[in-house]
Ligand binder design. Structure first.
Ligand SMILES: Cc1ncc(COP(=O)(O)O)c(C=O)c1O
Length: 426
């Protein structure tokens, strides 16, 4: 059952300065990744190096601007590889996923008419709900909500099918739930959307720290993620099909370029954060190289340097192979703790349908009380609804929400044991 790990977790943890933090004389346990992961030193260095050596606005003829633009081009290429896309000009950077989604939703609203319909889901973060709801309202379009199966927190695909119609213009779906960890059948949802003549938008924010986005395999029209969830700085990423990005009426100022990606990157960007994103993708690529090295050792490999995409595929294979047994350990440990109820998929045979983001409730203590007691013991978890308001409401958990334990590839079995021990003590 247990897959052999190709990650040297002890070594990679040393790259993350934050992970050496102590609370009350013991190492802190960072299970807060779904709200933002920690950053490796090279990301921190890339940001400072940009500000120290290349800090310039876009499009100048002088050295720092030329170097800065070269860096931007490189990172657009790396971001395209992360999305599984070929066209670097179709990757857009912005403040965060929410802002980018609002910008896209407003542009799409300008193409809508009263009577058009938009589908959002009860499993999604509000950043993949409210931008579409408000844009539909502006255009006089109707919004329909796809329900979830409450027992395992999966999307109700029959409900989705029943709500699609020739009037549906967009289906917005999450790749993975930031509250209960469910991984959605994105390719199937996008296929259903296209069969109905609708566009599809995939929120890959919670997916990207655990698994590699693949816009081609998903067959989606747009996808978005956030660098600060996968070891980078605060920065949003959006990918879209070229013909749509070129033709949609983006909100932009007149002097700004009408070419891609500029027409969607309004205002001056955080170039230092983009440099940091480049370093985060580089970090992931090197995880892939290290995992691949073990596999190929002794094979007398003389092949060309693999592509960024191939290196990322190797990295995420190694991440999944490490995270899945760790998630299984967490779920089996939680099963033994009296008073704790786990939300979402718990069946060990179905772990491929979830990421190791596990939310729980406690029979006697509020989510806030549990999070506080864990914080006192140096274990960092989030409580509340994490903006996944629809899920929390659908599960009857509002206003208190739940406690979320988010595992990433830098977490360890010992940390899981500490959490289980602490929960048992409550
Ligand atoms: C699943 C999901 N979607 C969207 C967002 C919003 O991302 P951002 O903070 O980049 O706007 C989050 C943030 O937590 C998220 O978890």
């Amino acid at each position: 059952m247990a897959m052999t790990s190709k990650l040297n977790v002890e070594a990679l943890r040393r790259e993350f300065p934050a992970l050496s933090r102590e609370v009350a004389g013991r190492p802190a346990v960072f299970f807060d990744g779904p709200a933002g992961s920690q950053a490796p030193q090279r990301v921190i260095d890339a940001i400072s190096d940009y500000l120290a050596n290349r800090n310039a606005n876009h499009g100048g003829l002088f050295a720092t601007s030329v170097e800065s633009d070269a860096m931007l081009d490189d990172v657009h290429r790396a971001a395209a590889a992360l999305f599984g896309a070929r066209d670097a000009e179709c990757t857009i950077f912005g403040a965060n996923m929410t802002s980018l989604t609002f910008a896209l939703s407003r542009a799409l609203a300008r193409t809508r008419q009263p009577g058009d319909e938009v589908l959002v889901t009860r499993l999604d973060h509000d950043a993949n709900v409210t931008p579409w709801v408000l844009a539909a309202r502006d255009a006089g379009a109707t919004v329909k909500h796809v329900e979830i199966n409450r027992d395992d927190c999966t999307l109700d695909l029959d409900d989705l099918r029943s709500k699609l119609s020739p009037r549906t213009k967009l289906v917005a779906v999450g790749a993975a739930s930031n509250a209960v960890g469910t991984v959605n059948p994105v390719a199937e949802v996008c296929k259903l959307a296209h069969e109905a003549g609708a566009l599809s938008f995939v929120d890959a924010v919670h997916f990207a720290p655990h698994a590699l986005p693949d816009v081609e395999a998903w067959g989606c029209d747009f996808a978005a993620c956030s660098a600060y969830k996968f070891f980078g700085p605060h920065l949003g990423l959006l990918w879209g099909r070229r013909e749509l990005l070129e033709s949609l009426p983006a909100y932009k100022v007149r002097p700004a370029s009408d070419d891609l990606p500029g027409r969607w990157m309004t205002g001056t960007q955080s170039h230092e954060a983009i440099a940091g994103l480049g370093a985060a993708i580089d970090y992931l690529c090197e995880l892939g190289d290290a995992a691949g090295k073990d596999q190929n050792s002794g094979a007398g490999h003389t092949a060309r340097k693999p592509s960024i995409r191939a290196r990322l595929v190797a990295a995420y294979d190694a991440i999944t192979a490490y995270e899945r047994p760790l998630g299984a350990k967490l779920l089996s440990g939680l099963r033994e703790v009296a008073d704790v109820r786990v939300l979402g998929i718990t069946d060990p045979a179905r772990l491929a349908e979830r990421v190791p983001t596990v939310s729980i409730t406690h029979r006697r203590l509020s989510p806030q009380a549990v999070a506080q007691r864990l914080a006192d013991r140096g274990i960092f978890v989030w409580h509340g609804n994490f903006y996944a308001l629809e899920v929390s409401t659908a599960l009857g958990l509002e206003p208190q929400g739940m406690v979320r334990i988010g595992l990433l590839h830098y977490n360890t079995p010992e940390e899981v044991d500490r959490l289980i021990g602490a929960l048992a003590e409550l």
